[in-house]
Design a protein around this ligand. Structure first.
Ligand SMILES: Cc1ncc(COP(=O)(O)O)c(C=O)c1O
Length: 431
């Protein structure tokens, strides 16, 4: 989080105080640091430099066009999961030829669109999908590049809802069946076997599950590469970030001490995986999302009320679960700090949104500086799986988004006008 820090008593992003941004653009407001995005991309690219590698940023983590443009400018490829994501990448200046297309439910229309645009490869999640891709490619008189997603049945030891590489999950093809699927796929006329892919889960804070999965799958990749002339192995994304304490993280000394303590950093990830991957002599793809943008964004919110009940103190803010659903959905922790620090005691409170659900909370029984109506708070590490998962629940418009670059700030998504929420609805003329 090193681009979010206090200067005196004010929270800054890069070379700008955040509070004036809240006043200028209103709240709830996502604020992104361009420099943090660049720094995280470069840290990972630097660590993986000993490999012939390609970073394919997972668009699902934060799909804002300005974020995509920054990454395209750094030379990133993109991991996409829908036609919408493909169109976004192209609209933001990325190239279809730099996209890999994952997801268990690709429709015929999406496959056709991706083929016409000329994506790099489909990451295929089932045999019926492979057959469908071959059929669509035949109709278009094209050849579809594919990599099968292997489910290695390795537990990522992360949250149940973001574990994807065990046989409980809907993703990929079981490890034991993959070789036979490649054999059958090699007989399809409109499919070119280009790689093998896996992704075991998200928010991994330990390198061991990555190592376990690579150790298990690497021999299979070697065999398949020999048989089918594969050119790449994608090891997916999943690199975890620090949610607690987020503000204190990010300096060079912090990265060093983290590595020394055996915690996940790009350097440690590379130390562990490069020796396993280098002998494969294949191009290695990685698909990080959260690692690139998670700590590059905060959600700024205004305190509307402070309310006491018999047992609790509630800080009611103007952001809600529709803006940042992670606490409600995953019980996720986000550090919360005031935009302006004041002296005074800390108090235990729940930070909640205005939505009519008890699950609409950002923190429970959290010791925070006492705040009053009109104060602003920042929910840290909200750059990934934040705005992309937001909704209009309770007819709340989507929040605005701002990107900071040095001492400049630009609105990168305008707050949704209220009328836009029902503009595509219509009332039938029947009585
Ligand atoms: C196939 C695939 N690749 C990459 C990612 C990105 O994961 P993360 O944001 O944890 O790096 C995901 C996340 O769901 C995914 O499903």
């Amino acid at each position: 989080m090193h681009e979010f820090r206090y200067v005196g008593n004010e929270l800054w992003c890069e070379r700008l105080a955040v509070r004036p941004l809240a006043r200028r653009f209103g709240t709830p407001l996502f604020v992104y640091s361009r420099r943090t995005l660049e720094d995280h991309y470069k840290k990972l690219a630097g660590a993986l430099a000993p490999l012939d590698h390609r970073i394919c940023y997972a668009v699902k983590a934060n799909a804002n066009a300005a974020v995509l443009r920054v990454l395209a400018g750094l030379g990133s490829g993109f991991d996409i999961v829908s036609e919408g994501e493909l169109r976004r990448v192209i609209a933001a200046g990325g190239k279809a030829g730099d996209c890999v297309f994952a997801g268990v439910g690709k429709t015929e229309g999406e496959i056709e669109g991706a083929l016409r645009e000329g994506i790099y490869a489909f990451h295929v999640e089932s045999e019926p999908e492979l057959v469908r891709i071959d059929r669509v490619a035949a109709r278009l008189r094209r050849t579809a590049s594919v990599a099968v997603r292997v489910n290695p049945d390795v537990d990522a030891r992360t949250h149940r809802k973001i574990t994807t590489g065990t046989y409980e999950a809907k993703f990929g093809i079981p490890f034991e069946e993959v070789a036979a699927v490649y054999a059958r796929a090699s007989r399809l006329k409109h499919v070119r076997l280009r790689g093998l892919q896996m992704h075991i889960g998200s928010q991994l804070t330990d390198t061991r599950p990555f190592e376990e999965a690579v150790r298990k799958v690497a021999p299979l990749v070697m065999v398949l590469a020999g048989r089918h002339g594969l050119e790449y192995f994608s090891i997916g994304g999943g690199l975890g970030i620090v949610y607690q304490p987020a503000l204190a993280s990010g300096s060079a000394a912090w990265w060093r001490s983290r590595r020394a303590r055996g915690l996940l950093t790009p350097a440690r990830y590379a130390d562990r995986l490069v020796p396993l991957l280098k002998p494969l002599r294949l191009r290695i793809l990685v698909e990080p999302g959260r690692f690139i943008c998670g700590n590059a964004g905060v959600l700024v919110t205004r305190v509307e009320y402070v309310k006491r009940t018999g047992t609790k103190r509630f800080v009611i803010v103007d952001a809600a679960m529709n803006d940042l659903v992670r606490p409600a959905f995953y019980d996720a922790y986000h550090e919360i700090v005031p935009l302006t620090r004041r002296r005074g005691a800390r108090v235990v409170c729940d930070v909640v949104g205005p939505i009519c659900e008890s699950g609409d909370y950002f923190a429970r029984d959290r010791r925070l500086p006492a705040v009053r109506e009109g104060d602003h708070l920042a929910l840290l590490s909200a750059g990934a799986y934040g705005s992309v998962m937001s909704s209009n629940y309770n007819s709340r418009p989507l929040a605005a988004e701002v990107m900071v670059h040095g001492n400049r700030a630009a609105l990168v998504r305008a707050r949704e006008p209220l009328e836009a929420m029902w503009a595509r609805e219509s009332i039938p003329s029947w009585r």
